[in-house]
Design a binder for this molecule. Sequence first.
Ligand code: TAP
Length: 487
Amino acid sequence: MTDTMAPVRPGKLIINGQAVDAASGKTFTTYNPATEEPLCAVAEASAEDVDRAVQAARAAFESGPWPKLKASERQRLLWRLAELIEKNADEIARLETLDNGKPIFESRQIDLPMVVNTFQYFAGWVTKLAGETLPVSPAFFTYTLREPIGVVGAIIPWNFPMIMVGWKVAPALAAGNTVVLKPAELTPLSALRIGELAIEAGLPPGVFNVVSGKGSVAGEAMVRHPGIDKISFTGSTEVGRHIMKTAADTMKKLTLELGGKSPNIVFADADLDAAIRGATTGIFYGKGEVCAAGSRLLVDSSIYDEFVARLVERAKKMAPADPLDPKTRLGALVSKDQMNKVLGYVDTGRKEGARVVAGGERQAVNGKGWFVQATVLDGVDNRMRVAQEEIFGPVLSVIRFDGVDDAVRQANAIDFGLAAGVWTTNVKQAHAVARRIRAGTVWINTYNFYDPGMPFGGYKQSGFGRDLGPDSLRDVTQVKSVWVSTE
Ligand code: TAP
C-alpha cells in the first residue's frame, strides 16, 4: 500500500539557523514524477535571499562560534547531524522518492545510509586534519597550517539530492568552512529537511544554509557573489563550463563534477553471469540518471550475440513500477522534460542505425508517471550520438570490440572520463586496462560502488577536483606557510 497522498510540508529556505520564506514571498511547485501531481510549494530564493545566506555564512565563518570551536566539538556536531538523519531515515527517504521518482529501495537502503556514513566519515577527519613541520633552516621554525577556504557554495543536481548534500557539505564543514547550498529546482525537499536537522543538531546559525531556487537565478547569484570563496558543483558539463567562466571574475576556487558516458567493458573470459548483472545494474540503477552509469557497454565480438541475448532477457523483466513499493527496481524519470529527452535519444539511435532490442517506450504505472522502459540499443557504433552523448536515462548502448587494444581505444574515444567498468578473470589484463582507461574511477568485476573513503570525480571533460576520501579535504582547504625566526 503506497501513501503518495500523504501531505508534504511546504519547503522553506534555511538561512542563519532559521527556516524562512523567500524575501519576495515567491514559491515554486515540486512534483511527484510517478503521479505527475504537485507535492508542495517551496520557497524560491532570489539574489536577495542568496545574499542574506552568504552574509550569514560569512559572519559565521569570520566571527561566529564556529571558528572558535574545539575540533572535537565540531566533530560531535557533524556526528550528531548524522544521527538525526538516521533517526529520520524513513521520512527523508520517502521525501526523496516522492520528489525524484527513484525506488524507495534505493532511497532508504542505499542513498540514506550513504549520507549518514558520509557525515560520520568526515566527522572522523575533523580531529585529524593537520599541517606539517618542515625542516628548512636552523634559523627558522617553519610549519604549515591547513585552513578552511571560507564560504563554500554548493550547487547540486536532481539525481542524487541527499547524497550530494553529504558529499558537498560534510567535508566542507569538517574542514571548518561554512556552506550555502542550492539544491536542484526539481528535487529540493531532502536538502531542505537536512538543513532543518542541522539546526536541531546545534550547528551555529549561518554555518549551513540552504537556498532552493532556480539555477539561472539563485545558482547564478552564488557564482557571482564575492562573499563566496569556492563553488563545489555537480551537474552537467554545459553548466559547469558556464560556471567556470563566470567564477573567473571573482577568482573562486572550483570543484566541478560533470557528466559522463562511461564504458563498461566485458572481455570474453569474464564471469558472464556476474557481467550480465553488472551491465544491468550499471545502467538501470537510479533509472540511468546516474553520472557514472555504465551507459556504453563494450562487448567482445566472440561473446557478443550470446551476451546481448541474455541482457535483453533481463532488461525485459525490469518493468517500471510504483517507486514507493519496496520491490520496485525501476522508478520514474525525474520530469516530463527528462522523459522526452530520453525517448528522443531512443529515436536518434534508431535513425543512426541502432536496433531497439528491449524497451524503448514510455510505460505508465497506474495510468500515470514519467516512466521509461529498460532499453537496450544493439549494434551501436562508438561514433553515434547515442554512444557519445549523455542520455541520462535507462538506455544502454551496446558496442562491439575486437581485442584489448580495440576495447581501450573505443573506451577512451570520448570527451568524458568519469568512470569505467572492466569484466575479466585475467588479473593482469584487469589491472593493465584499469591503467589505460582515462577515467576517475575504474571498477573491476563490479560496478557502481561508492564509499565515503574513496575519492570520486572526473578526468577530461567530466570535471576536476574530488568529492569524498582524503582528496576531497584538499579541495576544501588551503595551506598557509608560517616562518618563525629563531635567531
Ligand atoms: P544541471 O542542469 O547542470 O544543474 C545542476 C545544478 O546547477 C542545479 O542545481 C541547477 O539548478 C544549477 N544551475 C543551472 N544553471 C545554473 C547557472 N547558470 N548557474 C549556477 N547554477 C546553475 O544538471 P542537472 O540536469 O541537474 O543534472 C544532471 C547532470 O548532472 C548530468 O549531466 C549528470 O551527469 C551530472 N551529474 C554529475 C555527477 C558527477 S559526480 N559528476 C553527479 C550527478 C549528476 P536548477 O535545477 O534550478 O536548474
